[in-house]
Each structure stands twice: as structure tokens, then as C-alpha cells.
Design a protein around this ligand. Structure first.
Ligand code: NAD
Length: 257
């Protein structure tokens, strides 16, 4: 009997087999959850479809988080399919490559807004859509993914750090709004892992090396460790935990010098 046996989970943010969302989907599946996956656009379907097949997940189709109609359609499909939802994983972020290098100061108004909308507001939009489906099930657990750049100024992370700070604040406010319905909201702050998104960050390998050399565990974080911790946070084992940012970064965030 797995720790999320029989729970129904929507995982948003799988792009390929390197995605942190994929590590989470696999771990949820291993612990007994039924999974639905969405993908951002047609281009990603060919990568996500075989992954969905591997874990017997349902493919919900395209879900672009800037499109309110697409969000409504996806949750309507889930409602018809399952009549409720226990788990929502939000693993979505975007910044223009040009903003993930050099000076934060140079970010344009338009790029700032777009990064905030896709990387922070989208959690609010998805949580709002999930609320009634989770209420039907007597509660639920929502998890998003953050990074240390939310609370420290990390070179080149720039506008994404600002969006992650907003995302972590959204987690606290959402947890306050949804707690009375037994819906928990948490963030998992992961260490650096090479994925489609992170490869856009200038000097990313330096971040990884520093973690390997200076973290208490003196090694890189494994993406499977994001999967297992996420599953614990999404399960009833963490029923007393909400509004938190939990670090899965081989301890790097506690090191000063
Ligand atoms: P990834 O590229 O595999 O995943 C990012 C996902 O965001 C992709 O599936 C992409 O399709 C999706 N996305 C972007 N814009 C979207 C939109 N408009 N609508 C719907 N989906 C959209 O990379 P990842 O590293 O697995 O990123 C997942 C999350 O983990 C992100 O929030 C990222 O900031 C966070 N994170 C990553 C790292 C790391 O080092 N890789 C560390 C900490 C946190």
C-alpha cells in the first residue's frame, strides 16, 4: 500500500524525461497515485505521450497556463473523469534566455510581467481551478517548485528569482485561503538540476559545481530526491504542513561561507 494509494493527481510541467515534474510523477505513481499529465503545446506532445504511457497516466492534452479557457477545459475534463482531485503539482516557469544572464536591471517591463505571470500567477490560477474539485474529496495537497534564488541574489537567476519570491509568497497566501477546506499548499525548493529550463541560465554549471563542493552532503541533488520528497508532501504523512518552502538541495541553503 503506497503513501498516496488511490489519490488522483494532476501534474503540470512535464516537458521531457529530465523534467522535475517527471521525477514527481514517477514517484507518485510508485506510491500508488493515479496520474493525469498535461503538456504546454503540441510540440511537447511527442515527448510527453510515451512518458504518460510508461506510468499509465492519462494525457489531458494541451494546457498553457496563460490561457484561462485552457485551464477551465482541463479541470472540466478532470471533473468528468474523476469527479474530484487530491493532488496538484505545479512545475511551471519561464523567463526569456536574455534575462537569465548579465544584469537584472535590464529586464524589460514586458518580460518582467510575462515571467511573473507564467512562473507565479499561474499557481494562483491553477489552485483556483482545483479548489472545488479538491473540496469534493474532503481536501487536497498542492505543490509548486521553487529555488534558492527566491531568497538570495544568485548571479544570472535575475527576474526568475523575483518570480520565485512571489511564488513562495503565493504559497503562504493560498495556504491561508484554502486551509479551512483542508487543502494544503507548499513549495519544494530544489537544488540545481539540468533540465530544458535550467539550461537557459547562464553559468548554470557553476551553480551545480558549488553545490557539489560546498553543500553539507558534498554531492549533487538527484532528481529522484525531488520526487520522493514531493510525494511525502503530497501525501497525508504531511497533513500538518502547509504554507511552507521545504528545501531539497542536499543542504546547500544552510551554508554561509
Ligand atoms: P522543465 O523545462 O522540464 O519544466 C518547465 C515546464 O514549464 C515545462 O514543462 C514547460 O512546458 C512548462 N511551461 C513553461 N511555460 C508554460 C506555459 N505558459 N504553460 C504551461 N507550461 C509551461 O524544467 P524544470 O527544471 O523541471 O522546471 C520545473 C520547475 O522546477 C520550474 O518551476 C523551475 O523553476 C523549478 N526548479 C528547477 C530547478 C532546476 O535546477 N532545474 C531548480 C529549482 C526549481
Amino acid at each position: 500500500m503506497g503513501i498516496v494509494q488511490g489519490k488522483r493527481a494532476l501534474v503540470v510541467g512535464v516537458a521531457n524525461d529530465k523534467s522535475l515534474a517527471w521525477a514527481i510523477a514517477q514517484a507518485l505513481h510508485a506510491e500508488g497515485a493515479e496520474i493525469a499529465l498535461s503538456y504546454q503545446g503540441e510540440m511537447l506532445e511527442k515527448r510527453v505521450r510515451p512518458l504518460a504511457e510508461q506510468i499509465g497516466a492519462d494525457l489531458l492534452g494541451e494546457l498553457d497556463v496563460v490561457d484561462d479557457h485552457a485551464i477551465a477545459r482541463a479541470f472540466d475534463m478532470l471533473n468528468r473523469k474523476w469527479g474530484g482531485l487530491d493532488i496538484l503539482v505545479h512545475a511551471v516557469a519561464f523567463a526569456e534566455r536574455e534575462d537569465l544572464r548579465d544584469r537584472f536591471l535590464n529586464v524589460s517591463r514586458q518580460n518582467f510581467q510575462r515571467t511573473m505571470e507564467i512562473s507565479a500567477f499561474s499557481l494562483v490560477a491553477l489552485a483556483r481551478a482545483a479548489e472545488s474539485l479538491m473540496e469534493t474529496r474532503g481536501g487536497g495537497s498542492i505543490l509548486t517548485l521553487s529555488y534558492l534564488g527566491a531568497v538570495r541574489a544568485i548571479p544570472n537567476y535575475n527576474v526568475m528569482g523575483v518570480a520565485k519570491a512571489a511564488l513562495e509568497a503565493c504559497v503562504r497566501y493560498l495556504s491561508l485561503d484554502l486551509g479551512s477546506k483542508n487543502i494544503r499548499v507548499n513549495a519544494l525548493s530544489a537544488g540545481p538540476a539540468r533540465t530544458l529550463s535550467s539550461s537557459a541560465i547562464s553559468g548554470f554549471h557553476t551553480m551545480q559545481h558549488d553545490v557539489e563542493n560546498r553543500s553539507p552532503l558534498r554531492r549533487a541533488m538527484k532528481t529522484s530526491e525531488v520526487g520522493t520528497m514531493a510525494t511525502a508532501l503530497l501525501s497525508d504523512l504531511s497533513s500538518g504542513v502547509t504554507g511552507q518552502t521545504i528545501y531539497v538541495d542536499v543542504g546547500y541553503n544552510i551554508v554561509g561561507f
